[in-house]
Ligand binder design. Structure first.
Ligand code: NI
Length: 164
């Protein structure tokens, strides 16, 4: 296991379209393990392969119960709406408000090569959309309804501390 370097906004790799994973090789399994360790270390909710410099269609999402590894993921259903806070490990110290569906179902392959379907609401739904966008070179700041000012960010962080 290894903690990988997270690529930051401005690096052209984040703007490229990723290719599908054609086979679950030991290298892909290793990548999934390293990405999981990196995600936990960074205290994030999700991580996409291009964020660690790998242009493959693979993302990890922490749904609060487990870290899902989603290979060649596709959104097959989306319903409702939400406007909530979003951030990205590749865009540090920036927060924005995004408009996303409230409930999202993703079909993907897992590390055993099986097709799975997972549904998420709230943060997990946002995370599915956000991570899948990364696979097509899209960052949430491209579509954010509003990017928080430094003052608004301070305010938000203070409120979060209270909640904790
Ligand atoms: Ni991101």
């Amino acid at each position: 296991m290894a903690i990988l370097n997270i690529v930051k906004e401005g690096d052209p790799i984040l703007r490229k379209k990723c290719r599908p994973v054609t086979e679950i090789t030991p290298r892909i399994r290793q990548l999934a393990e390293d990405m999981a360790e990196t995600l936990i270390d960074a205290n994030g909710a999700g991580l996409a392969a291009p964020q660690v410099g790998i242009l493959r269609r693979m993302v990890l999402v922490d749904n609060g119960e487990e870290i899902l590894t989603l290979i060649n993921p596709e959104i097959i259903a989306a319903e409702g709406e939400q406007e909530e806070m979003e951030g990205c490990l590749s865009v540090p110290d920036v927060w924005g408000i995004t408009h996303r569906p409230a409930r999202v179902t993703v079909r993907a392959m897992n590390l055993a090569g099986e097709t799975i379907e997972v549904t998420g609401e709230g943060l997990t739904a946002r995370c599915f959309c956000h991570e899948l966008d990364h696979l097509d070179g899209v960052l949430y700041i491209d579509n954010a309804v509003h990017i928080l000012t430094p003052e608004e960010t301070d305010e938000m962080l203070k409120e979060r501390e209270k909640e904790d």
